[in-house]
Each structure stands twice: as C-alpha cells, then as structure tokens.
Design a protein around this ligand. Structure first.
Ligand SMILES: [Mn+2]
Length: 424
C-alpha cells in the first residue's frame, strides 16, 4: 500500500494549531533555528530489510500479521515509514535473506517510494540450504581454507548485488569466535580473519567502503574474533582507508563509555557509522532511546562536535542505520519510534552551546559543563523535530497517523494474518 499525500496533509491541518503554538514557543529560544531545521530535514536513517517482520528470540517468535512476504513488500513498508516521517529514506539489504533477483525493477520500485539503497550486509553466521561448507566453527577466521574461501566469495557476491542497486558500502558482522577456552588460537584466528578481509577489500570498487562491526559476545560465549572497537580498528587500519569501524550500540560490555569510543574513532577518521538500538542487559535490540536516552544524546553530542571539527556533513558522511528487533510491537510503529528517538537526540545535540561548553572545560568548571549538556538534553525538542517533518511534507505525529489510518489492518488484508518475513 502507498499513503496519499492528502491523508498526511489533512491530518497535519487538524493538529496544526497545537503544534504551531509549541513550535513557536521553542523557536524563540533556539538561536539558529533555520540551521537546526535544515539539518533535521536532511538527516536520514536507513531501515534494515530484516527489521520489518516481528523479531523473535531463540525461544519463540510471535508473528504480528501482515508481515512483508518478499523484498518488494519490504520496500513498500519502508516507503510507508518514509512517507510518514521523511527521515527513513533508505533501505539496507541483507543477503541472502533479501536477494534482489531483478535489480533494475527493485531499484525502480525503491525510487517510486523515494528510497535509495544503503549498505548491503553479508551473512556468514547461518548455513543456507545447499551450501557446501558449514559456518558452525566460523567463516572468515575458519581453520579450513575452503570455508574461508566460501565466505569470501559470498561477501564479494553481496558487493555485486550492491553495485547493481547503487549501494556503496559492504557492512560485515562476523559471528566467528569460540565457546570454550582452548578452542581457538586468538592470534591465528585474527590473522586468518585479516587475510580473508584483505581479499574482500581487494574486490571492493574504489568508491566503496567496508564497515567492520564488532560485538563482545554472542553467539559465541567465550571469545568473539572481532570483539571490540580496538580489534575492529586494528583490522580497519591494516586494510586501508576504505575500511572503517561500525558501532552497534548493543554490542558493548555493560556500562561501556560508547560516547568516548565514538569521539576517538571520529578523531581518527575511522568511524563508519551506527547501528542504533537500545538495551538493558546485552544485545537486546530494543527501540532506540527506550532505556537510556541520555546516553544516546551524549553520543550525538560527540558526533556533532566531532563531525563539525572535521568539517563533515552530518547527514551523509557517516552511515546511520537502525538495527533492532521487535518481539512484541508492530515493527513499523517500533521503527517510527526509533527514528523519532534518533531525531530527538540529534536535535538536542544541535542545541548544545558548544562555545560555552568549551570555555567551561578550559576553566575546569565541571558544574557549568554539566549544566550546558543537561540544558540541551532537558529541552523538549519534539516540536522542533515535528516542524522539520512538517516542512518535509511528513506527518506531525507519524505513529498517530499510522494508527488512525489503520495501516496494519490494511497490510493484514493485503498480505494475510500469518505471513512471516525473512530475517531475524
Ligand atoms: Mn548491528
């Protein structure tokens, strides 16, 4: 299904008055409001093709109905999100869950929804039907050269799909690791991973990038071969300028100072971008901002400051993507909430008085430094984010409009109540 612009416009005109009042009140207090609105309008967050179905855990999966049955329907779902918020203008494909059999047709369909293709993702953490070698004991780090070769070739194949779709990033996450002490020689596993990555890197077009994601645990529970940002950065540095470190917010040990990691990777020009989610205990893949919105703000504060210091464009010079799973929510509502949380944290970071903060730091005025950050964080910027949406032709309140149009009911009528999307 596709949303008509007149649905959005008439919804907006109904809620215009309250919104205008809230926005004007806030706009008075923001010195460079036009700049902030323009930055917010430009900012786009990619939606992963695997997040459009109801997620599950290793214990069970409870489908919500109307899930997209194929790539075309997944593109349709992202198109709905983008129509509602104008901030979800790209889709990130996961191969082989979503193979674009007919790339020109898929590209044309995406263009109809005003979408482009973000990073393409490989998968060497599952065995696929008919696959010659198993990834049970890893892929790029595997002791058997034949397994490594198969995983390398898969990644190169993913790049080829990406080229056809106009993507320019291969995003790679390995489940490689070990479950028990003694299982793996750490140095050799790292070295084999590096050599495998070198082959993949050599096959990348000049204008492509390779994002190397790290994760401290799971599915292996004793060691993971790319466990943290240091290990990812070591690989990225050895590979070359096209290789960068990807930060997934859920892939850290508890209480890790992610904002500091981000600041230093940015400083080194080695930050690829983000997989946004939130978590309480581990890689929980919860809605962005649902548990620790202050941390998200602090991360965006480092991003804005660090990108400005390097003269980078916020919207396009890093990769922004959601990587979450929705066990109990409507995936589309959850994604709308996640994008909203990202925009709120970004807007708050844009409000930080950077000059005053720097002055407070120079004079070691710790209290003022904290006050400056919290002044921005405690500002209710939702009318600002809504105004940016309004200016872009999106809904003032996307979730409310989604519900009032009964989008999920329509999708269930179109697709059926028991459809299951490929993905997590
Ligand atoms: Mn991720």
């Amino acid at each position: 299904m596709k949303l008509d612009q007149h649905h959005i416009d008439s919804f907006n005109s109904d809620s215009h008055k309250d919104h205008d009042r809230a926005f004007l009140h806030l706009a008075d207090k923001v010195p460079d409001i036009q700049y902030v609105l323009q930055q917010l309008q430009e900012f786009q967050v990619a939606i992963p093709s695997w997040a459009l179905g109801t997620g599950g855990t290793r214990f069970g999966r409870f489908s919500g109905g109307g899930e997209p049955r194929n790539l075309e329907e997944k593109i349709g779902d992202v198109g709905l999100l983008h129509a509602l918020n104008r901030s979800s203008g790209s889709i990130s494909l996961h191969i082989p869950w979503d193979i674009p059999e007919n790339a020109p047709a898929i590209k044309a369909l995406a263009a109809q929804h005003d979408l482009r293709f973000d990073a393409v993702n490989s998968n060497t953490f599952q065995d696929q039907p008919g696959q010659a070698h198993s990834y049970k004991f890893g892929s790029l780090h595997h002791t058997d050269k034949a397994v490594r070769k198969q995983a390398i070739e898969h990644n190169i194949e993913v790049v080829k799909y990406g080229i056809e779709l106009g993507s320019d990033v291969l995003s790679l996450w390995l489940s490689d690791g070990s479950n028990f002490p003694g299982q793996l020689n750490f140095r050799q596993a790292f070295q084999r991973t590096l050599e495998s990555l070198q082959e993949i890197y050599a096959a990348l077009p000049d204008d492509w990038k390779l994002y190397i994601e790290y994760k401290c645990s799971e599915p292996n529970f004793y060691s993971t071969t790319i466990a943290d940002w240091g290990q990812s950065l070591m690989l990225a540095n050895k590979l070359g300028s096209k290789a960068l470190t990807l930060v997934d917010l859920g892939h850290h040990l508890p209480n890790a100072n992610i904002e500091q990691i981000v600041a230093l990777l940015l400083m080194e020009g080695k930050l690829a971008g983000f997989h946004f989610n939130d978590s309480k205990y581990g890689d929980d893949d919860l809605t962005v901002g649902s548990i620790n919105p202050y941390q998200l703000f602090l991360i965006f504060n480092e991003l804005v400051e660090g990108m400005d210091a390097r003269g980078m464009r916020h919207a396009t010079d890093l990769g922004w993507m959601i990587d979450a799973s929705h066990n109990v929510k409507d995936p589309l509502e959850d994604l709308l909430q996640s994008v909203e949380a990202i925009m709120i944290a970004y807007a708050q970071a844009l409000l930080v008085d950077a000059k005053a903060l720097e002055a407070a730091r120079q004079s070691n005025d710790v209290v003022t430094a904290q006050e400056i950050l919290q002044e921005a964080y405690r500002t209710d910027v939702r009318p600002l984010v809504a105004q940016a949406r309004l200016l872009s032709g999106a809904a003032i309140q996307p979730v409310k409009l989604y519900r009032s149009l009964k989008v999920r009911d329509q999708l269930i009528r179109e697709r059926g109540a028991k459809t299951v999307a490929t993905g997590l």
